[in-house]
Write a protein of this length. Structure first.
Length: 326
């Protein structure tokens, strides 16, 4: 297969409810599918395209050395079929599938490998009953607290603010609406990157995978093209278009939860958080600041269904560039 054929095949295998994964390669079994690649396949180009489509990548094997901390939760199913043959492997989490792209040793050289493997995502805790559920405000939730919640996220992670300079006027001119002030503070303090090794936060100018305007343009293009469907195909909102009403994603998780704003050009400055779990189900609407939502996701074990504190992942932040943790 060439590059485009591989991308199309991976897209089909990675879709929710895709076919059972049973590999036809000799010595391989169920739980994954290896895709045949041609000698003309460009590994670097494939990695870039997978990052554009599927977000944050994981460096699982580099220079023949596997990440010693890799587990079933962080990408081990992509390594198991190859053992010591692996020279490199990057992985992307996509719902209940892992997507892998790398190289195995073959004679005096290496051969590109692409595979899709099964993945155990955290279970959805809510049934898909309603389209949008409005979550009642919690105590201490108000627009006046937004800056205090930014401080709490900084204190929680022990992060020293970067003080990045962002041309917000240009970003907001392109969108046609102002962005939340607390989000701007978060983006200037953290840039784009990964909280607790699993929550992806989009800044501005932070490399394609962590750049909010770039990801918004990609979502808008995909929605207009129709090839990959809308970001919110299971709900009432499409990707936001200037002058209209829709969603702009500012965060996600490795198990494909989505964190967005509902933006309405007729109500500039009003940006409730919309969040959706990885399984088909409702959007949850939170009338709280971006920083409060993020803090509750990271620190509040009772913040169901999105809080991750109960998984004991720690409160860390790792900046990213072009999808590669630094």
């Amino acid at each position: 297969m060439g590059d485009q054929e591989l991308l199309d095949a991976v897209d089909l295998l990675a879709r929710p409810g895709g076919r059972e994964l049973v590999c036809a390669r000799a010595g391989h079994g169920a739980g994954h599918v290896c895709l045949v690649t041609s000698d003309a396949v460009d590994l670097s180009a494939l990695r870039r395209e997978f990052s554009r489509r599927y977000g944050q990548l994981r460096n699982l094997v580099m220079g023949g050395h596997a990440d010693p901390k890799v587990t079933g939760r962080t990408g081990l199913p992509l390594l198991a079929p190859f053992g010591a043959e692996l020279a490199e492997m990057r992985g992307w989490a996509c719902g209940d599938r892992w997507i892998g792209c790398g190289a195995v040793r073959a004679g005096d050289g290496v051969q590109v490998v692409v595979l899709v493997a099964e993945r155990d995502a955290p279970p959805s805790e809510e049934p898909p009953e309603e389209i949008v559920r409005v979550v009642p405000p919690r105590r201490g939730t108000s627009s006046d607290d937004a800056r205090a919640w930014v401080r709490r996220v900084l204190d929680l992670t022990g992060w020293e603010p970067l003080g990045l300079s962002v041309d917000w006027a240009a970003v907001e001119e392109e969108l046609g609406v102002p962005l939340p002030e607390d989000y701007k503070e978060l983006a200037e303090a953290f840039g784009g990157g990964v909280f607790s090794e699993s929550v992806y936060f989009m800044g501005c100018g932070a490399g394609v995978s962590f750049d909010l305007p770039a990801q918004w343009r990609a979502a808008l293009s995909a929605a207009r093209d129709g090839t990959y469907g809308s970001l919110s195909a299971a709900g009432p909102y499409d990707a936001y278009t200037p002058g209209g009403k829709g969603v702009v994603m500012w965060g996600s998780t490795e198990w494909a939860d989505q964190y967005c704003w509902l933006i309405d050009a007729e109500r500039p400055g009003h940006c409730p958080v919309l969040a959706r779990s990885h399984d088909p189900g409702p959007w949850y609407r939170y009338d709280m600041s971006t920083a409060e939502f993020l803090h509750r996701v990271l620190a509040d074990a009772d913040f169901r269904p999105f809080g991750i504190a109960r998984y004991d992942l720690g409160a860390t932040f790792l900046p990213g560039s072009d999808g590669r943790p630094q």
